[in-house]
Design a binder for this molecule. Sequence first.
Ligand code: AMP
Ligand code: GLY
Length: 423
Amino acid sequence: MNILLLGSGGREHTLAWKLVQSPQLSKLFVAPGNAGTASIAENVAIAGDDFPAIKEFVLRNEVAMLVVGPEDPLVKGVHDFFLSDEELKDVVVIGPEKLAATLEGSKEFAKAFMMRHSIPTAAYQSFTSATLEEGYQFLESLQPPYVLKADGLAAGKGVLILNELSEAKSQLKEMLVDAKFGKASATVVIEEFLDGIESSCFVLTDGTHYKILPQAKDYKRIGEGDTGLNTGGMGAVSPVPFADDTYLAKVEERIVKPTVAGLKKDKIPYQGFIFIGLIKIGDDPKVIEYNVRMGDPETEVVIPRVKNDLVSLFKAVGNGTLDTMDLDIDNRVAATVMTVSGGYPEAYEKGKEIGGLEKVSDSLVFHAGTTLENGAVVTNGGRVIAVTSYGETIKEALASSYANVEKINFEGKYYRKDLGFDL
Ligand code: AMP
Ligand code: GLY
């Protein structure tokens, strides 16, 4: 079977690494891919939202499965595009349709979904410029810190957590009236602040049945001790020590089951990954957010622990027979360390030659932001290379990744040296 994978990050290199291990795969194409995917599959210069070009490519290359890495093509309706096209409708698409992608594309939609299905989450209300005064009153009724969320996609920057009421009010006005995040903040969700420890739960579903993948925890802040600006993720570990069996049973009963059942009840078709951002408060889980894709860099530790043939799992998603599959999970710990460009997540330079990759041993190298320039691998993004290792313990896995990260060099290379400090 020929498969086309959309995306260009560490998540996609990891998915590609896994897909090419399947005996059922004939040819893997990645659009647009990176230098890492180029070494194991064929990169194709097509943007994820260029649906006519994707169609032409899929037909010409007899692609039977489309795997969508990032949220953008899903939110723009790539799955719907395939379903509504006579020639494409039989291609299996991994990634939900536009309506379900709204769980990630609109915080208000996600909150209303959780309320409707009694899924534990922070109390909230949403406001528009017409209800700014009511928004001020709601803020006055809350205790600090104040959580303000732009309803729409805002490149990961749309959530503000503020300690002062006056600051919360002025930011609310900036979001609603002055379009601080453009159209994304035309509606703002104000939430109760939740104090707990976060982790990521990934579910693969065919819309009726589901499989819960290994738990993971990512490190979002740029600085050690979880300080400084938010990033896409500086590293991740799997499993998560505090997510023990008792906790996971609650996650499944209170969150995963009602989520999958709620989608069905609401007639929201879903084929693909659901990423549930969890927060543990005391001994209980609540949902911080839904994403409609795998996480990055969580994929770099979750997928290497899945021993199943990924093509078989994806085929079962397409057929609605995921209940016939049993997950086979590697008991070892996996940890990944992300190297990033100097300056990230603010301005950084690209095009720096990356050396030392051939010296890495006993670890997996997943390219995040790289490209090929005259045969050389060069940096092409803020997050550059993730190094994943297995171990008996988190400490052991991290030590192995750190030893290999030392061997990789490019101008401006930075990484967090304290991953796992809180576990
Ligand atoms: P989100 O985009 O909704 O995942 O929010 C981004 C980050 O903001 C989360 O990963 C949390 O660290 C934090 N956050 C979001 N909502 C809350 C909340 N209600 N209470 C505390 N922290 C939150
Ligand atoms: N690592 C968080 C995300 O992928 O959104």
